[in-house]
Write a protein that binds this ligand. Structure first.
Ligand SMILES: [Zn+2]
Length: 731
């Protein structure tokens, strides 16, 4: 039996006449017969037509309007404005034609400032402003509801103590202090935001473990201020008073509401006492602008810190000496409601297979980049998909979209939603496509190649993402694929563009809403976004003015992102055979395993990974053979709907098989055997094995390697039996 001709192919004939002339300007030129991974030739042709209609809909003007709406007022989680925006999103989605629009409420242990102060008491008196300066050119900076400095989930407390400068506040920095005879016990540690980025919640845990009484984290101009380039409002970098707010929760141990670890905070749910919550910091902490940090640093009189600890302020950075400060943090930690907005377009043929799209709504202040650039792209995407539906074009599979809440606090909304609907998601979710910041860079300083397209994806979906990028046009006028190759070459200072197999970052850390879906539920994820010069992260200056004058004045990157996001969603939703490539997945695993061995000097006598290499080779062979056999038959049109249905079920099962319900050692919520994140949010492959090897715990490493062998073997076996089933029942 052949697959039935789909309604979308038929309806397109009308659309073709209607919109061809229009869409040709927006979409990349696509040869009509070009194949698409997972599509039979007639379905690929219909898909290309549908995609070109889709791509003609998003508009820079509308993206700018959405952006203005979402950034008009500060909208942190649990604020009145953010809750109003939840209703606004729900209304907009209803008007756009989305179905089953629902608001999901979670009652969460929240954290917001009641009163915060910092003063230097010795050797001179100084009161920190803890505020950011207003600029006349940008009236939003005069908004009286903008918060001062605070960290979400800081402990409350009143501390007066001597200050010690501890560079980036990483464990190795404290080793340097120890070598120099400096103890931080009972002291106030002053550290700086670091480059490469390390999550501030790791700096907090490290300071807590070192016995510090409080932690101050400031933005040194070396990292995101005047050293790299012009500062706001003349350029994309942070001015002297900019404050990087943020959360310091230990969500790398368990994300979401700290008082419901592993279950959803639906109204009436059981909550543990805050004292029992593993993800709540016990240390008092505060972020500072470099303007407020400078008097502390320049009044120190102790020994000079090493060269690589010196920042870009015109002073000598010292370890310690003479400076005493009084810091007072009083946080309101009452329960507050968070709202996730959810909507869907039901699939015409496979309504119980879901492709999920999501972006968070809450922002530290206005959220110009983080997250309202992503929100503007999302609203243009939902408008475009809604319009297709209004014209009678439904996806084959269901497309679900969510506006998350409280991402900035502990990835909270997505985590609670994922925990609430875990059973459904494990069965039905094909993939989650996350966009946090769609444009986190300045097109005005990016040069002729433009902003970098910097997506990350599970390896099994990397090839389909590369393929999709060929059919989207980048703001530079090239295809997104060509633009991507160009910026990747530029950014890595290479003399040639990377291979297609190297384009997608297949190592995925944490720090956004994909975490619950990948690490807890074992579902494949993709993160999309453009990046470039950006130094106002989580400050008041991350606003509409920044985006409209410096970041993406034409709003073309917002639209390009909506297009690639939509194309990937439509391909996953409409494909015959789900475009997972486990042959490629296996080669990425092999590469990660080699890296693990090289980085840690793993010797044979301590730990043999030979069997794991062999299992991965079997998985690669089985994955490649199945992929090739399925593609060949799809091209020839020799397949039945029932065969395809069974194959898709098995492909989804492969992704599920990477879950270990016991979780990784010490962090049971993180159940994926291949992916996790470090406490810094950095990516971490083979988490259980890697952490055991790094601790040189060879017994545990052996056990973790055996777990991996078992999972890889199970999946190789599953792929082999899928293939023999596929080959056997020809027609
Ligand atoms: Zn964000």
């Amino acid at each position: 039996m052949q697959l039935p001709l789909r309604s979308l192919a038929v309806s397109f004939i009308f659309l073709l006449i209607l919109t061809f002339a229009l869409s040709a300007q927006f979409a990349q030129e696509v040869p009509p017969g070009a194949p698409i991974l997972g599509f039979s030739p007639p379905h690929a042709a219909a898909e290309h037509q549908l995609e070109s209609t889709f791509q003609s809909i998003p508009s820079p003007k509308k993206a700018r309007e959405w952006h203005r709406t979402f950034t008009a007022e500060p909208h942190p989680a649990a604020s009145e404005r953010n809750n109003q925006l939840a209703d606004f999103v729900a209304d907009a989605w209803r008007k756009q034609g989305w179905e089953e629009v629902a608001l999901r409420r979670y009652d969460v242990l929240h954290s917001r400032p009641r009163s915060i102060s910092l003063e230097m008491t010795e050797p001179v008196h100084f009161t920190a402003s803890l505020r950011e300066d207003a600029y006349d050119v940008d009236p939003d900076t005069k908004n009286p509801t903008v918060s001062g400095s605070y960290f979400g989930y800081s402990a409350s407390g009143d501390v007066t103590a001597e200050v010690v400068y501890a560079h980036s506040g990483n464990p190795e920095d404290y080793d340097v202090l120890r070598k120099n005879g400096v103890s931080v016990k009972g002291k106030i540690v002053l550290v700086r935001y670091s480059n490469p980025y390390s999550y501030r919640g790791f700096k907090a845990l490290t300071a807590e473990r070192e016995g510090a009484a409080a932690l101050l984290v400031y933005s040194d101009p070396a990292e995101d201020g005047s050293a790299p380039g012009k500062v706001f409002p003349d350029g994309p970098w942070g001015p002297e008073s900019h404050i990087q707010r943020g959360s310091i929760t230990y969500d790398y141990i368990v994300p979401g509401d700290p008082t419901t670890p592993g279950w959803a905070s639906v109204p009436g749910a059981k909550h543990i006492a805050p004292e029992e919550a593993r993800s709540l910091p016990k240390i008092v902490a505060l972020p500072l602008s470099w303007r407020d940090a400078k008097p502390l640093l320049e009044n120190m009189s102790g020994p000079e810190a090493p060269k690589d600890w010196q920042g870009a302020l015109p002073i000598t950075y010292r370890f310690t000496g003479a400076v005493k400060v009084h810091v007072k943090v009083d946080m309101d930690t009452s329960m507050q409601p968070y709202t996730v907005v959810e909507a869907r377009i039901r699939g015409s043929e496979l309504p119980d297979e879901w492709v999920l799209l999501g972006n968070h709504r809450d922002a530290w202040v206005f959220g110009g980049v983080d997250p309202s650039s992503g929100t503007a792209s999302m609203m243009e995407l939902t408008r475009s998909l809604g319009e297709l539906k209004q014209r009678g074009i439904r996806p084959r599979r269901t497309i679900v979209v969510c506006s998350w809440d409280g991402e900035e606090y502990a990835l909270t909304g997505s985590t609670e939603w994922g925990e609430q609907f875990a059973d459904d998601l494990k069965k039905k979710l094909v993939a989650y496509l996350n966009v946090d910041e769609s444009v986190a860079g300045a097109a005005t300083t990016a040069g002729p190649e433009g902003l970098s397209f910097s997506p990350a994806a599970v390896a099994s979906l990397a090839p389909m993402l590369v393929e999709a990028s060929k059919d989207v046009r980048a703001p530079s006028g090239k295809s997104l694929y060509e633009a991507w190759r160009g910026t990747a070459m530029r950014d890595s200072k290479a003399s040639a563009p990377p291979l297609d197999s190297e384009l997608v970052e297949t190592r995925i850390g944490s720090g956004s809403d994909h975490t619950v879906f990948l690490n807890h539920l074992g579902r494949p994820v993709i993160n999309l976004g453009f990046t470039g010069d950006y130094g106002v992260y989580h400050s008041m200056y991350d606003d509409h003015y920044w985006m409209a004058h410096i970041g993406d004045p034409a709003f073309e990157y917002h639209v390009a992102l909506a297009r690639i996001w939509g194309l990937v969603a439509l391909r996953l939703a409409n494909s015959d055979i789900l475009p997972f490539d486990f042959g490629f997945n296996a080669s990425a695993l092999e590469k990660s395993l080699r890296e693990l061995e090289q980085n840690n000097n793993v010797e044979q006598r301590r730990l043999s990974l030979k069997r794991l290499h062999a299992r991965i080779a079997e998985f690669e062979k089985a994955g490649s053979l199945l992929r090739n056999a399925a593609a060949r038959d799809l091209q020839a049109g020799s397949f039945s709907a029932e065969k395809v249905r069974r194959l898709n079920e098995q492909l989804l099962q492969v992704e599920s098989n990477w879950l270990d319900p016991a979780g990784i050692p010490g962090r049971p919520w993180f159940q994926h055997l291949l992916y996790s994140s470090r406490y810094t949010y950095a990516h971490l492959e083979f988490p259980g094995l890697t952490e055991a090897v790094e601790k040189q715990d060879w017994k545990l490493a052996g056990e973790q390697a055996a777990l991996l062998e078992k999972a890889v073997k199970k999946n190789a076996k599953l792929l082999r039996s899928s293939q023999s089933l596929w080959e056997k029942n020809k027609q």
